[in-house]
Design a protein around this ligand. Structure first.
Ligand code: HEC
Length: 107
C-alpha cells in the first residue's frame, strides 16, 4: 500500500507539473519576457520605460474598455509609435493569448 501511495503522489505531482505551463504559461510567459518592461508585471505600467512611454493602466476598467480585442491584437502585431511591432517575435496565436492575458489585469 505504501508503494501505491507514493506512486500516486508522484503521478499527481508529475501531472501538475505538466499541466501548469499549459494553464498559466502561454500569455503570461511571453508577456513577462516582452511586455512587462513597459506595461509592468501587474499591467499598471509603473515601470521606468512605461512612465516614459506613458502606457496606460490595464487594471483600470475604463482603459480596458477603451480598446477592443481586435485593436489590441493589431497593436501587438503591428505596433504604433513608441510600441514596436511584435509580429517577428510572437506568433498570431501568442498575440491572442497576450490579449487574453492583458484582460486578466482588470480588477
Ligand atoms: C517600449 C515599451 C513597450 C513595450 C515593450 C510594449 N508596449 Fe504595449 N504599448 C506601449 C505604448 C507607449 C502604448 C500606447 C501607444 C499609443 O497609444 O500610441 C502601448 C499600447 C499597447 C496596447 C494597446 C492598448 C493601449 O494601451 O492603447 C496593447 C494591447 C499593448 N500595448 C500590449 C503590449 C504587449 C502584449 C506587449 C508585449 C508583446 C507590449 N505591449 C510591449 C509601450 C510598450
Amino acid at each position: 500500500m505504501t508503494i501505491n501511495w507514493k506512486l500516486q503522489a508522484f503521478i499527481l505531482s508529475a501531472s501538475l507539473w505538466i499541466a501548469a505551463p499549459a494553464a498559466f504559461g502561454g500569455g503570461a510567459e511571453v508577456y513577462a519576457k516582452n511586455c512587462a518592461s513597459c506595461h509592468g508585471k501587474d499591467g499598471k505600467g509603473e515601470t521606468v520605460m512605461g512612465k516614459k512611454a506613458k502606457v496606460k493602466d490595464y487594471t483600470d476598467a475604463k482603459v480596458q474598455a477603451s480598446f477592443t480585442d481586435a485593436e489590441a491584437l493589431k497593436m501587438i502585431l503591428e505596433g504604433k509609435e513608441k510600441m514596436k511591432a511584435y509580429k517577428d517575435k510572437v506568433t498570431e496565436a501568442e498575440a491572442k493569448e497576450l490579449v487574453a492575458y492583458i484582460r486578466t489585469f482588470k480588477k
